[in-house]
Design a protein. Structure first.
Length: 236
């Protein structure tokens, strides 16, 4: 696990209250093992960060596409703030390396779990908002999120990953895509599903999420990455 101070240096952001930043990267599994140490998990910050992201992304889209109708803006926002997209942003910033995890969660690969990474991205945004306000969140997103919405990524955002994967394979005369829910884990109030996507007896990608739909979207996203990379290398 990397130092939180190192993260501030990497992002060029100095928190006025470092405790907020530490809380943003504290998973509940760690708190459960450190009850006497006064730690707080990031779930409340995640709740706040989700709302702040909805607002700032809405504002960005409203200003960037002044002629686009409400329906299209809603679809674009949903594509940007969905779990697979937030996971990509979190991975790009290496957020998983900074998370405080319980031993059990660490041993089961929690540091790279998609739902955890998406939550951490939201909780970081919530912490930044509390620490420095909406302008600081806008500045962060202007540097680390909005520039990633290049023309190629905009094409992906126009539809969900399952649709894009189907279009990709059909246009190239590839096989039929099949989704399989291979695992369900966690308590009933915090269920997590694991999905795999297969084509011609080959597993192309896997993903997890709080619903079967989210898990399939994550798996499709990973599969699309695999196929696009293979095509770039002339292997598809």
């Amino acid at each position: 696990m990397k130092s939180i101070d190192r993260l501030q240096s990497a992002l060029g952001i100095a928190f006025r209250d470092p405790r907020l930043l530490k809380q943003a990267f504290t998973h509940s599994s760690f708190v459960n093992e450190q009850r006497s140490a006064g730690w707080r998990d990031n779930e409340r910050l995640e709740f706040l960060g989700d709302a702040v992201l909805q607002l700032t992304v809405s504002e960005y889209l409203f200003r960037t596409y002044p002629e686009r109708p409400e329906g299209e803006l809603t679809k674009r926002r949903a594509a940007i703030v969905c779990e697979p997209s937030l996971v990509r942003f979190a991975e790009m910033l290496d957020f998983g390396s900074y998370v405080f995890l319980g031993k059990g969660e660490e041993l089961t690969g929690g540091r790279s779990r998609p739902s955890l990474l998406a939550d951490v991205f939201e909780s970081f945004v919530g912490a930044l908002y509390l620490d420095q306000g909406l302008d600081a969140v806008r500045a962060f997103l202007n540097v680390h999120l909005f520039p990633q919405l290049s023309d190629d990524q905009e094409q992906l955002l126009k539809g969900d990953y399952k649709t894009k994967l189907q279009e990709f394979t059909q246009q190239r005369g590839m096989g039929t895509v099949e989704y399989r829910i291979v695992e369900e884990r966690g308590p009933a109030h915090d269920r997590e599903f694991v999905s795999e996507v297969w084509m011609d007896k080959r597993m192309l990608g896997s993903g997890s999420g709080r619903s079967k739909k989210d898990a399939e979207q994550q798996a499709a996203s990973r599969a699309l990455d695999v196929l696009m990379e293979a095509e770039r290398k002339g292997q598809a």
